[in-house]
Design a protein around this ligand. Sequence first.
Ligand code: PLP
Ligand code: LYS
Length: 420
Amino acid sequence: MDHFQYKNGELYAENIALSKIAQEVGTPFYVYSQATLERHYQVFADAVKDIDATICFAVKANSNISVIKALSDLGAGADVVSVGEMKRALKAGVPADKIVYSGVGKSRSELKAAVETGIRQINVESEEELAVLNEVAQEMGARMPIVLRVNPDVDAKTHAKISTGKSGNKFGIDWKRAVEVYQRASNMAGVEPKGLACHIGSQLTDLEPFRAAFRRMKEMVSELRGLGLDVSRVDLGGGLGIPYDEGDTPLPVEYGKLVVEELGDLDVEFEFEPGRMIVGNAGILVSEVIYVKEGLSKTFAIIDAAMNDLMRPSLYDAYHAIVPVIEADAEEAKQLYDVVGPICETGDTFAKDRLLNKLKTGDLIAFRTAGAYGATMSNTYNSRSLIPELMVKGEEYAIIRRRLDIEEQMDLEALASWQD
Ligand SMILES: Cc1ncc(COP(=O)(O)O)c(C=O)c1O
Ligand SMILES: N[C@@H](CCCC[NH3+])C(=O)O
């Protein structure tokens, strides 16, 4: 069930009218539905209930500590890619033994922090990282559980900028070398190889690339076991796509079935790192129309959100549905708009030639499916404030990140001593 629905002609987040929140908090803002977050987690957990699975929420999709806490209360672990994300997960109550740490460029000090914290595992992405981790862990008198992230050379058939499993991508250890590297790792004193990981990309709308990657993983597990090596964990990453428009996307239950079909007899503990699937549709971005500007060939709806608040359209030409907060009359005429932000770049465009109900100054609009890679990718370009994030539960809402305004931003800066 969608927890962002119209009631009496107004868009609600659960049981609160968005217009009320807008009045109290000011626009733009992100708002998340805790009920949707919980439901999505449950849907994913149900989809993999027939196998031994640890679900590690990919914190990069939405790293607000309140979001992580809502999921960790349901039993979620965390997939992190920096010490910053690791600290957020710990602060939100994720136990260290449910944290996996991915990423191609973990520094020596980051590796040290992960070993010190005693997280579940480090997903090692190169031979170079393996050598450094082995050294770091030995210096600390530790033997760190690892899995090797494999690059299976599979085309995820997603946007090139978020495709991670082809051999030309920077991620993982080339599958042709991974067995040999694993063998070497098993003789190292500072690491304890537990298994393999793969993550071939994000927003996958077809299950076949997953199937290809899973088959490769299975072959490799057999090969490793054939060499007498232990393999007890397989981390299948995240990547499941969600509907941003009318297009079909695979259901989590179909994904779960595929895992069982391809890998069900593997006798390992599985790990999953879903991000977008959990939070994407649990969040929206609400913004106000500042001007409707009539150009020669276009009508521009200039709104108070901009590319710094939601980068996805300008970065990937991503589509987000735009809906009015006050429901329009079905009879009312629609018009084509370019929906743009106030930033001084032509790329600050959310939608081109989008057919929307007539807009005027002061109207509130909402971008749907903005819960994943929305707030986490935002920035303060053009010295704009970082916008608030809110969590809704039933009739209540909470500000889970307050607005960071320009005074606070400037407090981080200083003049050089010679400028006095
Ligand atoms: C290693 C890793 N795991 C998990 C994810 C989460 O992916 P998604 O949000 O597509 O589920 C990502 C991002 O694509 C990732 O790089
Ligand atoms: N930032 C991307 C997803 C990247 C996934 C990172 N592994 C998006 O908004 O779609």
